[in-house]
Design a protein around this ligand. Structure first.
Ligand SMILES: [Fe+2]
Ligand SMILES: [Fe+2]
Length: 337
């Protein structure tokens, strides 16, 4: 096989094996996320990742330029100087994908998902992520179940953004930290990284175990998108995050990312008004093959909870102010467009 005949399809079908690239452990592990495509090139002996990153290898590049739509909505928001008070919308798209809609109408989507393109981690999702229209798409880290940033029809893509960003009536702060690196449940998925010859835990973790957690401030409500962050973040995290009104946490019945106890400890530490589970099995989007389980058991163990009957939660700062660690569970209610 020559480089000229290599396509994304042939690489995806390649027989990926745990491998050492060029005789040494590489900083990018095969089998995970968009990076796995380039590692697949190395594993398949087709000239390594660099050949696919060359300018004449357009098939490996972003497809965003083919998307429909334009930036008219962002231009309108950009020209707006005063925004109405009102409700903040939180729309659930399954797994860890949430869209926040500001009172002024700005939209930001976090962590659109896809299946692992290498196939190494199997089938997780029943369909492709919907081509939903948003102003901003953000990703917390490069794992496949969080980084389908090409799927939303989005004017902006802020991938793994660290620091502060302000637009319209949104302020978003990204805090760089690390992925949970010790699987607390029965499925020791972190052991797979050792099989691929890389380390999961800091300080010399493989790059795809880096994380960004996002605090979103809009409409007087502060929402923390936890992503797959470790339960014990590094120095400065709690001080930088400050008050949290709405907290999303990756806790499911298999305790894949965080255990029940770890999730509960974070809730106790942050004392949010509302907790929204993420990263759990729901029959609308996710296959059992993911090894995830629903979050029902964890939710039902809480003092105050509600199983929502739609995929949208609408919150005002005034109503949130009177709440205390109330769980709101989307279950299998997800947006599909
Ligand atoms: Fe992850
Ligand atoms: Fe994940």
């Amino acid at each position: 096989m020559t480089n000229a005949t290599v396509t994304k399809e042939t690489l995806i079908k390649s027989d990926l094996k745990p491998t050492i690239v060029n005789g040494r452990s590489d900083a990018m592990a095969p089998g995970l996320s968009r990076r796995s495509l380039f590692m697949a090139a190395g594993a398949a002996g087709v000239g390594g990742a660099a050949s696919l990153l060359a300018p004449d290898r357009a098939q490996a590049q972003s497809t965003d330029w083919t998307q429909p739509g334009n930036n008219n909505h962002v231009i309108d928001l950009q020209a707006t100087s005063r925004f109405a008070d009102g409700a903040v919308g939180i729309d659930f798209y399954g797994h860890c994908a949430f869209k926040i809609v500001s009172p002024g109408g700005a939209t930001v989507l976090f962590d659109p998902w896809r299946d692992d393109p290498s196939g190494a981690w199997g089938l997780w999702f029943k369909q492709k992520f919907p081509e939903t229209v948003v102003d901003i798409t953000m990703s917390t880290h490069t794992h496949f179940d969080h980084d389908a940033i090409d799927r939303p029809v989005s004017t902006m893509v802020l991938d793994r953004m660290v620091g502060s960003f302000e637009f319209a009536d949104l302020r978003i702060t990204g805090f760089a930290d690390k992925h949970a690196c010790l699987a607390p449940g029965w499925y020791k998925w972190t052991d797979a990284l050792a099989e691929f010859g890389v380390k999961a835990c800091p300080p010399d973790n493989v790059g795809h175990m880096d994380m960004v957690t996002y605090l979103v401030e809009t409409g007087g409500i502060r929402t923390l998108i936890w992503g797959d962050n470790r339960p014990d973040p590094g120095p400065g995290f709690w001080e930088s995050i400050g008050r949290v009104d709405v907290l999303t946490l990756p806790v499911d019945g298999s305790q894949h990312i965080l255990s029940y106890a770890q999730g509960n400890a974070i809730v106790e530490r942050l004392q949010p008004k509302i907790v929204i589970p993420s990263h759990y099995l729901n029959e609308a989007t996710t296959y059992t093959l993911s090894t995830l389980q629903p979050a029902d058991e964890w939710v039902k163990a809480q003092k105050s909870y509600r199983f929502l009957d739609s995929a949208t939660l609408s919150l005002t700062a005034a109503e949130v102010a009177g709440m205390d660690r109330e769980f709101r569970y989307f279950g299998a209610n997800v947006h599909s467009a």
